[in-house]
Design a protein around this ligand. Structure first.
Ligand SMILES: Nc1nc2c(c(=O)[nH]1)N[C@@H](CN(C=O)c1ccc(C(=O)N[C@@H](CCC(=O)O)C(=O)O)cc1)CN2
Length: 368
């Protein structure tokens, strides 16, 4: 998902069209016509062509083409999938359920969050999780450990929360400092409390037909929830997932398959990824590379779920950067039938789904 501004590095962009002749030819394509566009970015400030970008050091090595097909129009026609609004709806539904649960069985769901280190973005996500818990009536327990803490310390807290009956969900904020073994730590969370759905048993069950995971990872679950709530049919459709991370790409592909889509995964070693994405009715992109998926990669009418949250340098922004997705929104919104924005698309769904998993866990514990 998002790269940390703390660990970002500057590099020259090489993935959207070069700003010279090709861009000049394309400029008329980027006129802003429709209400879907929330910013007032004009052609010369097209967000798909930042001259310098800031991105994470562990950038993937996809190549991209800059060919624009005839199917692209000058109009933005895609419906913008409002993740912020859907996440609020979900949180309201959860709050109502928790209130009923409290009244009828006097149980308040509990979520324990473990944060290790001082990444700014992780600290923000943890703070937002805590706030979201408070707003819906989930009790949150938080442990913040120093960057140089040992794996044993983390395991000790996990063990305590595993045994605590007030805690129904445990999550360890990722990424962990590099000296820690992520696998050891995630494996230590009791699967009944694994509200992130990252335990190998939960992932294994997700992958198997006829088996049910206790929890599904929050971001992929949020992607599917958006498709459901916007009545996007998945069954029988061709879906392409861009990226194969354990947190998003891989579980998203498994979930789409469980929904009876025919699924392909495109990754950093895929040759001509655009030839595969162009066949997709649904694209979920989770690769962490700004504007990598171009309009020319998209079949007209496809639905685009953009999981990428990439900071790019922007001197006009008080933060010095702004967030863009993996998908070139300006181009894609002229070809797709629906698309998630960044920010305000999948991101807010991640925390909403975490609350949903925590409630699910508490309900399961009490057979409620
Ligand atoms: N243990 C986990 N670690 C991480 C997860 C996770 O699901 N479990 N996911 C990400 C980070 N993440 C939650 O932890 C997260 C990322 C993004 C957002 C979000 O709402 N993004 C906003 C933009 C926020 C901004 O302005 O900076 C958006 O897209 O609109 C929420 C949660 C990695 N680690």
């Amino acid at each position: 998902m998002a790269s940390s501004p703390v660990t970002m590095m500057k590099m020259k962009v090489n993935d959207c069209s070069p700003p010279s002749t090709t861009a000049a030819r394309l400029l008329p394509l980027f006129r802003r016509h429709q209400i879907h566009f929330r910013s007032s970015v004009g052609p010369l400030q097209n967000p798909c062509f930042p001259r310098t970008i800031i991105t994470h050091a562990s950038r993937s090595s996809f190549s991209s083409s800059s060919v624009i097909t005839a199917s692209m129009t000058t109009e933005a026609s895609a419906k913008v999938i409002d993740g912020k609004k859907i996440a609020k709806d979900v949180r309201d539904e959860i709050a109502a359920e928790i209130s009923l649960m409290k009244d009828s069985i006097s149980v308040v769901p509990g979520l324990a969050v473990i944060l290790v280190g001082d990444r700014k973005d992780s600290a923000t996500y943890v703070r937002n999780k805590k706030k979201a818990c408070e707003a819906v009536g989930i009790k949150s327990y938080e442990v913040c450990l120093r960057e140089d803490s040992t794996e044993e310390e983390v395991l000790k807290y996990i063990s305590g929360f595993n045994d605590d009956p007030m805690v129904h969900g445990i999550l360890v904020q990722l990424p962990l400092p590099s000296h820690m073994n992520e696998q050891n730590i995630l494996n230590a969370v009791r699967i009944e409390k694994d509200v992130d759905g990252f335990h190998p048993l939960n992932i294994g069950r997700l992958a198997m037909r006829g088996r049910e995971p206790l929890f599904v990872p929050c971001t992929p679950k949020g992607c599917i929830e958006l498709l459901h709530r916007y009545n996007v049919e998945i069954k029988g459709k061709r879906a392409v997932v861009v990226g194969r991370s354990n947190i998003v790409g891989m579980p998203a592909a498994l979930l789409l398959q469980r929904e009876d889509a025919t699924v392909s995964i495109v990754h950093s070693r895929t040759k001509k990824p655009e030839e595969i994405t162009r066949q997709a009715d649904i694209i979920i992109s989770a690769v962490g590379q700004p504007n990598m998926v171009r309009g020319s990669w998209i079949k007209p009418g496809a639905v685009i779920i953009d999981v990428g949250i990439n900071p790019v340098e922007d001197a006009t922004n008080p933060r010095g950067y702004r967030l863009v997705g993996d998908v070139c929104f300006e181009e894609a919104s002229k070809v797709a039938s629906a698309i998630t924005p960044v920010p305000g698309g999948v991101g807010p769904m991640t925390i909403a789904m975490l609350l949903s998993n925590t409630l699910l866990s508490a309900k399961r514990t009490y057979n409620y």
